[in-house]
Design a protein around this ligand. Structure first.
Ligand code: ZN
Length: 182
């Protein structure tokens, strides 16, 4: 990784930190939102052994369009078309009702690029980890269990690109099944 790559990564980290600065996760400690994209990027690198700078930068940026007022043009201007394309691939259309978005994630997973599949795998890993260890305060056990069932359905379409990430996800699901008894 050369100096240009490191510049892209830290630019992406700083950009995401600014965009998410007023957001918190819904867990008990109201964790700063930026911890989530950092965890996704860390999982990609540490567990998934991903070294592609565009993939890692897109992981840091993956929730900026979906969850902040960031416009696609801004990402393109700062980071170029390649990274924008990856961010868009991992962005739900917020104007669609939630059940539709959830269904489309399952339906469209297998059509994503390999890089987007890896980001989505790492994203689901981090979200499932959060549900298991630090869930949103308002979520019932049932909601937590349903999230895991849904995540498993999405992951079906993401398999075949990164065995290490898949293994980590599968282990979390086993833990989840023990916890929720199914
Ligand atoms: Zn995410």
């Amino acid at each position: 990784m050369d100096s240009d790559d490191l510049t892209i990564l830290f630019k992406a980290l700083y950009f995401a930190a600014k965009k998410h600065k007023d957001q918190r996760r819904k867990d008990e400690g109201a964790t700063p939102y930026i911890n989530h994209p950092i965890a996704v990027a860390k999982t990609l690198v540490e567990t998934g052994k991903v070294t592609n700078v565009h993939t890692i930068a897109a992981a840091l940026l993956h929730d900026t369009i979906e969850d902040t007022h960031t416009k696609p043009d801004e990402i393109e201007e700062e980071f170029g078309k390649k990274i924008l394309a990856l961010v868009l691939e991992t962005t739900d259309k917020k104007w669609q009702p939630k059940p539709v978005r959830k269904f489309l994630q399952i339906k469209n997973a297998s059509n994503k690029s390999n890089a987007a599949k890896q980001i989505k795998l790492a994203d689901k890993i981090c979200n499932v980890q959060d549900v298991l260890t630090n869930p949103p305060v308002k979520w019932s056990n049932r909601q937590q269990r349903d999230y895991l069932i849904w995540a498993e359905m999405v992951i079906k379409g993401l398999r075949g690109v990164n065995p290490d990430l898949e293994r980590m996800f599968d282990e979390l699901i086993i833990t989840g099944k023990q916890k929720f008894g199914r």
